[in-house]
Write a protein that binds this ligand. Structure first.
Ligand code: BYC
Length: 475
């Protein structure tokens, strides 16, 4: 399973043995590089960045660090080791050998899932392309670029599957991955959250905490797939994904730490005074949480979904850690408690577990998000500040699913349109918040070891390097 790094496209799938596939991917490669130079990190193409690159998929080789110019990053195709005698773990085909090729009847469904997953990866690079210009430190700049190149690699992962298993349709889909663009009116990205802007670093940390975490849960469910190449691809992607969520969680934590430190120095909890000191007040952080959490909840689809039930029954997409769940893995008679709207009331109602798998995944996600919020609150408490960050109610500000038809406050009350119009700017980032945040992030902090005023230094550097290491060289 070693990776051929000398090949034009590094890979551990013996690409050299399949000349047609190799040629097709090599024909896509220049388009990808063109896209990266156009819509990847702005103004950063000549920088030497201290990046990790996978040179094998085992523990020794997946995180190999060194200086790289981003357009020369060795984007490649890496699948996790095959599991001997792996069997399908759920649905109608449970217990059968996993598929090494795509069963004809599942072709279009799998293509759709792979395209939806693949589309998010370049979308996030596009959303983040200007952030380098206002980075709070070299450490953060390097982390941004690491996340960006790995999202690029995740696109490669899905494009490989499309090329290798879907023939001409797959190649066409791979081309359109570079034609849709985040926020484009004519050709937008597929899922809502990937057409939102990531205009500042607070949004970026929120995105990597909340939206990348959707990635973790979706990839984990696809890692259960009976289509083994998809499963192996997603398993390796999950290894890389952990760092992205780390960037988000620690980014917010460092902001909280800095803000509370300043609040104590100034002996104030007045948001205006806190802002006056050039740091981000906690109510503003709460509004950003409300926005990014609600937009990310939408990414799990509808509460009751026949699509999701069909994916499950067909063995294409499972639940989070499917094999650890103690039930029959078929869900024909099982029930599951789903929070939904009945008339104007929000209620928990028992629903068939099979059509509720999206909601179950969302529940797993909510629990995971709450753990992160608890850790932020611990920092607030450590400073002795009287404030608690909270996840808003899951019905708040939803555009997909049962709650999209009503307006709901962060504490879960169904309210009128008029109330919503009156209060929504108190509950989500308003134009003043956005202008204030942008004003804090006017220019990049690029002196090694220095941090912008609004964020505390990280606890440690990357790969054992000191915090004042020269993570990016500008040439
Ligand atoms: N926006 O039956 P439903 C990541 C559509 S993030 C727009 O509930 P389903 C990353 C839906 O397509 C992870 N449309 O749908 C993070 C369907 O359309 P049709 C990305 C939406 O299929 C950060 C209709 O509504 N991976 O990796 O059960 C940085 C009915 O809905 C949305 C995946 O998503 C939406 N939010 O569930 C970088 C995994 N939600 O059929 C990367 C693959 C639903 O009526 N995708 N719709 O035309 C899936 O598993 C499913 O497509 C979804 C939707 C879970 C997204």
């Amino acid at each position: 399973m070693s990776i051929d790094l000398q090949a034009r496209i590094p890979n551990n799938v013996n690409l050299g043995d399949d000349r047609r596939l190799q040629r097709a991917l090599e024909a896509w490669q220049p388009n990808y590089i063109h896209w990266w130079k156009e819509l990847g990190p702005e103004g950063a193409m000549s920088f030497d960045v201290y990046l990790r690159t996978a040179i094998s998929v085992d523990t020794n080789g997946w995180a190999n660090f060194g200086y790289v110019k981003m357009p020369e990053y060795r984007w490649g195709i890496f699948l996790a080791e095959p599991e001997p005698d792996r069997r399908i773990g759920f649905g109608d085909h449970m217990g059968e050998k996993v598929w090494q090729d795509i069963p004809g009847e599942h072709r279009s469904t799998l293509r759709r899932l792979i395209v939806t997953q693949g589309d998010t990866e370049p979308a996030s690079v596009e959303q983040q392309r200007l952030l380098g210009l206002t980075c709070p430190s070299l450490y953060d700049l390097r982390n941004l670029f690491q996340v960006n190149v790995e999202e690029g690699r995740h696109l490669w992962a899905m494009v490989y599957l499309l090329h290798a298993y879907f023939g001409r349709d797959g190649r066409e889909e791979a081309d359109t991955m570079l034609e849709r663009h985040s926020g484009d009116t004519d050709k937008p990205r597929i899922l809502g959250a990937f057409n939102e802007k990531t205009p500042d670093w607070l949004s970026y940390y929120m995105f990597t905490f909340f939206t990348d975490r959707d990635g973790k849960y979706q990839l984990a469910s696809l890692a259960e797939s009976g289509f083994d190449p998809l499963s192996r691809t997603c398993r390796f992607m999950l290894t890389e994904e952990a760092h992205h969520m780390f960037v988000g969680e620690t980014g917010i934590m460092r902001i909280v730490d800095r803000t509370c430190g300043v609040m104590n120095e100034l002996k104030t909890d007045d948001p205006a005074a806190v802002r006056g000191a050039g740091v981000i007040d906690l109510p503003t952080l709460q509004r950003y949480i409300n926005f990014h959490y609600s937009v990310s909840l939408d990414l799990f689809g509808q509460e009751i979904s026949t699509n999701a039930a069909n994916y499950y029954t067909a063995g294409l997409k499972g639940r989070f850690h499917e094999t650890d769940i103690k039930d029959d893995h078929k869900l024909v008679h099982a029930i599951y408690p789903v929070t939904c709207l009945e008339g104007d009331a929000i209620k928990v109602v028992e629903q068939p577990a099979l059509t509720s798998v999206n909601e179950r995944l969302r529940d797993d996600y909510v629990t995971d998000c709450q753990r992160g919020v608890d850790r932020w609150n611990k920092v607030i408490r450590k400073h002795g500040v009287d404030f608690e960050l909270k996840l808003p109610h899951r019905a708040f500000h939803r555009r997909i699913g049962t709650f999209s038809s009503v307006k709901v406050s962060p504490d879960g009350r169904v309210i009128t349109e008029a109330d919503w119009t009156h209060h929504s700017t108190d509950w989500m980032p308003n134009e003043h918040d956005r202008a204030f945040i942008l004003s804090l992030m006017g220019k990049a902090v690029i002196e090694p070891g220095k941090m912008a005023n609004w964020i505390a230094p990280p606890a440690r550097g990357i790969n054992g390097q000191p915090i004042d290491f020269e993570y990016v060289r500008f040439n």
